[in-house]
Design a protein around this ligand. Structure first.
Ligand SMILES: [Zn+2]
Length: 251
């Protein structure tokens, strides 16, 4: 597993599954792990990578309550793992459904650590990670939270603003919340030098990602279709059709 440094002290690894990213933020000899993902061998490789750099995980963060963003590994240690209030609530109330999404064959020690997140009180992570601000909204998932690192100019967008996935305002179907979420993210996108999506590739042109998502949604809302190239990516044709039905009022 290779980590790509996208900004000072911010490295990203990419899973072979769904181009899922994991982000490591370094401060001295400590690391903040965001959405470590996602199969057991990759989590193990992430632990190897941290060992090789002599980094101790002092906190974790989950951007939202979907199965591929709530993972952990025993070798990351017993650091606190944080999430927005709604995400932490859903991690408990939806645990059975989330585990079902994980699929079979997971080691018991990883399942025991799955979705064990605590609520962040306030708009920033506890010390020593107070530099990380939460940007909480209900686009993609209720209580979804981006992390904004103003000193580093990096926005960790979670499952928003991807170059491989379309906007996914589903479960619950809530397009107005998604559009409001893009508006909430806009000022951070405007200031960010680097944006890291939960699935896809980091970019140094965050505004282009926001523009693409707004254009796609506007196309579907105004003419019922879009020529967005992401529709051709895995699973995206059915998600596009889902949004078209939603906009037509068939759901
Ligand atoms: Zn998600």
């Amino acid at each position: 597993m290779t980590a790509v440094e996208v900004a000072g002290g911010v490295s990203v690894t990419t899973s072979a599954t769904d181009t899922t990213t994991s982000t490591i933020i370094v401060r001295g000899s400590e690391a903040l792990l965001v959405d470590p993902a996602w199969v057991p061998t990759e989590l193990e490789a992430l632990a190897d990578l941290l060992d090789a750099r002599s980094l101790t995980v002092s906190a974790g963060f989950s951007t939202h309550a979907h199965h591929d963003h709530l993972l952990w590994h025993p070798r990351f240690g017993a650091a606190p793992r944080w999430a927005s209030r709604r995400t932490a609530e859903l991690a408990v109330s939806e645990r059975a459904a989330l585990l079902e999404h994980m699929g079979p064959g997971w080691p018991a020690d990883l399942l025991a650590l799955f979705a064990q997140v605590d609520v962040v009180d306030g708009g920033v992570l506890p010390d020593p990670w107070g530099e990380a601000e939460l940007v909480v909204h209900d686009g993609h998932a209720p209580g979804h939270s981006a992390l904004w690192l103003p000193k580093r100019g990096v926005l960790l967008a979670g499952d928003m603003l991807s170059d491989v996935e379309l906007p996914l305002p589903f479960w619950p179907d809530d397009l107005p919340a998604y559009i409001a979420a893009l508006d909430a993210l806009a000022p951070y996108v405007a200031r960010a030098e680097v944006l890291v999506p939960g699935h896809g590739h980091p970019t140094r042109d965050p505004v282009a990602r926001l523009d693409a998502d707004r254009r796609y949604l506007a196309d579907v809302l105004t003419r019922g279709d879009s020529d967005d190239a992401r529709i051709g990516n895995p699973y995206m044709a059915e998600n596009h059709a889902h949004l078209q039905r939603l906009v037509r009022g068939e759901r």
